[in-house]
Ligand binder design. Structure first.
Ligand code: NAD
Length: 294
């Protein structure tokens, strides 16, 4: 049901946004919002992190210019739409917050509570969490009706999907405004309920588990990838995809899925993904996972 009606109803339109966290995702989200014409403040806790976020955004832009898909004038305009900031003051008047700080429930709950106190009563607050329950993140918020998940995929500028995750108290107005903002960003939003794995990971992780079983039964992972790529026609096989996702992220997510669905997604003993993780092979991000990268 629609619980407490403490705050004002969420805004209907998003004209100004802020992203908290200027990491891989924050930088991508800032780029995408700015590129599609919604000015965005990018807030982090130190200068180095902000520089990294700006580098992500300008890196995507530079590539577009090099490929002749954008001129320098448009690039300057997009960059001008991103305001880096170290202070919460700058986010006071935004219509929507996209929280994209580290995947840690304690940090996220603290950040969400802090920012809720600063924005207007009718501002929308969202989280880009991949694995944390939206209801858990909403637990101590004063206006849970104005809160939902807004889950982008990496790389943000290339992946069309955004999962809009509705918690038990999320209002229809909030969902509608976030769906509209995602569409304005040029994305294809879907609305899903709050559950472990949301939509994509509920489909993807059983597939990864199937792959892990095959490897444990003796299959050569390169052969599995080859079949899925060359014969079945998918853009990449499971081993390569796991390297792209990140072995650390995948291992963490496997744990969340097995905790959420203990029977269907029972924890696999000697899961090759966990073995790689304990050997510090994190995938493409550190140059070694299932495969080695130059
Ligand atoms: P990241 O480590 O690259 O970036 C996190 C950023 O948050 C860092 O710049 C850090 O300085 C900043 N930060 C930490 N505490 C903060 C605070 N209190 N206020 C402001 N900024 C703070 O992480 P990422 O990969 O960009 O992931 C961010 C979120 O997006 C996580 O919840 C993650 O689960 C989710 N996500 C990640 C991916 C992915 O593939 N990387 C995909 C979808 C969703």
């Amino acid at each position: 049901g629609k619980a407490k009606k403490a705050g004002k109803q969420a805004k209907k339109a998003v004209n100004k946004a802020a992203v908290l966290g200027a990491g891989i995702m924050g930088g991508g989200i800032a780029y995408q919002s700015a590129y599609k014409g919604t000015p965005i403040i990018m807030k982090d806790i130190n200068d180095q992190a902000l520089d990294l976020g700006l580098t992500t955004a300008s890196g995507i832009l530079t590539k577009q210019v090099e490929r002749g898909r954008m001129d320098a004038k448009k690039m300057a305009k997009v960059l001008n739409n991103i305001t880096p900031s170290l202070s919460y003051d700058s986010v006071k008047d935004v219509d929507v917050i996209v929280e994209a700080v580290v995947e840690n429930p304690k940090v996220k709950t603290a950040v969400l509570a802090e920012v809720e106190d600063i924005v207007a009563d009718d501002a929308i607050v969202t989280s880009n969490t991949s694995t944390i329950s939206i209801d858990l993140l909403a637990k101590d918020l004063k206006r849970p009706e104005n809160f939902c998940g807004m889950h982008f995929f990496n790389p943000v500028h290339k992946m069309p999907l955004v999962e809009v995750i509705r918690g038990k108290d999320t209002s229809d107005e909030t969902v509608a405004a976030v769906v509209a903002y995602a569409a304005k960003m040029g994305k294809s939003p879907i609305v899903v309920n709050d559950c472990p794995g949301f939509y994509v990971n509920r489909v993807l992780f059983p597939y990864f588990a199937g792959f892990s079983h095959l490897v444990l039964e003796g299959a050569d992972f390169t052969a599995v990838d080859k079949v899925m790529e060359k014969q079945f026609g998918w853009p990449m096989g499971p081993a390569y995809l796991l390297d792209v996702v990140g072995i650390d992220t995948a291992d963490h997510c496997t744990g969340v899925m097995s905790a959420g669905f203990p029977t269907r997604m029972a924890k696999l003993e000697n899961d090759p993904v966990s073995t790689l993780y304990s050997n510090e092979r994190y995938g493409q991000k550190n140059g070694k996972g299932f495969y080695d990268y130059g």
